[in-house]
Ligand binder design. Structure first.
Ligand SMILES: Nc1ncnc2c1ncn2[C@@H]1O[C@H](COP(=O)(O)OP(=O)(O)OP(=O)(O)O)[C@@H](O)[C@H]1O
Length: 260
């Protein structure tokens, strides 16, 4: 790679009491790529993306975005910097509408009296924007933008979460297990959305246990093992069973040692 990574982590450490979830972990995401992050249960994948998206503060190490050192202390900081993350839990309010969920925490407000803190929400503008974004991403099955999120199917909810991330993630979109618990058709749609985001030039980090999905969409695969990056492979160079063998420690890629 001749380009510089857009998002880079070096020597990241995160401890939870006696558990070391991240053990001097390195990470590189390059512009315009879909980077899958795979690893066994408990390998530290979620801890890694939480550190990159401000949900946890690493105990050690350095993160840079476009070459600038960043010190996120919350996901709000990361969002302000253009990094959007869809966590496994989706972080949506089921009783609120699709439009309200898309704007949660960054509501548009009507112009008010100068200096007024009590500016009214600009509902029409938010609905218009939400509709435009969902249409742009081909989520035409959602008829009513005012529909409560709790009335949507799992796939539609995931679609709204991905649409929200894609709409506001100007620099990086992170998706933690976006196809887990989805049916075949719904998973397909989410994979298409992921490709769609990439085609708009936004790089994506995809955490997934689903090897066929990973091998289908990823440009590169970061294999995470025991709290650190074991290696990065190209899906064209290895089989799915190789990847699983690497992440479980059954075998190592050529030239890689476990201590690396
Ligand atoms: N909030 C927490 N408190 C205590 N331990 C934690 C916490 N979060 C993660 N851990 C521990 O850190 C380690 C790494 O967890 P993490 O969730 O990052 O792994 P993962 O690779 O995402 O796992 P999975 O694939 O099962 O989701 C695990 O041993 C886990 O139990």
């Amino acid at each position: 790679m001749t380009q510089e990574p857009i998002l880079k982590g070096r020597g990241l450490v995160k401890r939870y009491g006696k558990v070391t979830a991240l053990d001097h972990c390195d990470f590189d995401l390059y512009p315009g790529e879909i980077l899958a992050v795979i690893g066994d249960n408990g390998a530290g994948k979620s801890s890694l993306i939480k550190a990159l998206s401000g949900a946890v503060v690493p105990d050690e190490g350095e993160i840079t975005l476009e070459g600038q050192k960043i010190n996120f202390t919350s996901p709000i900081d990361a969002r302000a910097a253009g990094i959007e993350c869809v966590y496994q839990t989706l972080a949506m309010s089921p009783a609120l509408s699709i439009a309200d969920n898309m704007f949660m925490g960054r509501e548009l407000r009507k112009p008010g009296i100068m200096g007024s803190l009590f500016r009214k929400l600009d509902k029409p503008a938010m609905e218009k924007f939400a509709r435009a974004k969902l249409n742009e991403l081909g989520l035409m099955t959602i008829q009513n933008i005012n529909q409560a999120v709790e009335t949507l199917s799992g796939g539609q909810r995931q679609g709204v979460a991905v649409a929200r991330a894609a709409a506001f993630g100007s620099k990086v979109v992170i998706l933690d297990e976006p196809t887990a618990a989805l049916g075949v058709k719904e998973s397909r749609r989410v994979l298409e959305l992921i490709r769609d985001v990439r085609s708009r030039g936004i790089p994506i980090i995809l955490i997934s246990h689903n090897m066929p999905h990973v091998f289908e969409v990823a440009d590169r695969i970061h294999i995470h093992r025991l709290g650190k990056r074991l290696c990065v492979i190209k899906p064209s160079d290895y089989t799915m069973s190789d990847a699983v063998a690497f992440m479980t420690g059954a075998k190592l890629p050529e030239g890689v040692t476990e201590a690396a």
